[in-house]
Design a protein around this ligand. Structure first.
Ligand code: SF4
Ligand code: SF4
Length: 99
């Protein structure tokens, strides 16, 4: 965790449980996509498999303790989302987490 950032992702996870449209594939290298466990990939192969709005690779309890089960292989959109950016704020607000 970078302590200069405003929020701790490991006690949050809100953006990973905000929308099934969120963890879609875009510009990932083929090798990274191929390495993802199929159980975590949507049936149409367009992104991560979600249950309702929650990514299937999110472990833990949102707002308490969470982790990404495929962190090293996570999609580019997940890599781009930074604590404190607009998407982060939207997701945290929707969960009633402090902003
Ligand atoms: S919503 Fe923000 S603080 Fe929470 S996990 Fe996503 S980037 Fe991290
Ligand atoms: S792949 Fe990981 S970082 Fe991306 S939405 Fe799913 S749990 Fe979150």
């Amino acid at each position: 965790m970078n302590r200069s950032l405003p929020f701790d992702c490991q006690t949050c996870g809100a953006c990973c449980a905000h929308s099934a449209d969120w963890p879609r594939f875009s510009t990932e290298p083929e090798e990274r996509l191929d390495a993802l466990p199929p159980a975590f990939v949507s049936s149409d192969l367009s992104g991560m498999r979600c249950e309702d709005d929650r990514c299937s690779a999110l472990s833990g309890v949102v707002g308490e303790r969470t982790s990404c089960l495929v962190y090293a292989l996570r999609p580019d959109v997940c890599r781009a989302c930074m604590p404190g950016d607009p998407e982060c704020i939207t997701a945290r607000r929707a969960r009633g987490l402090p902003i």
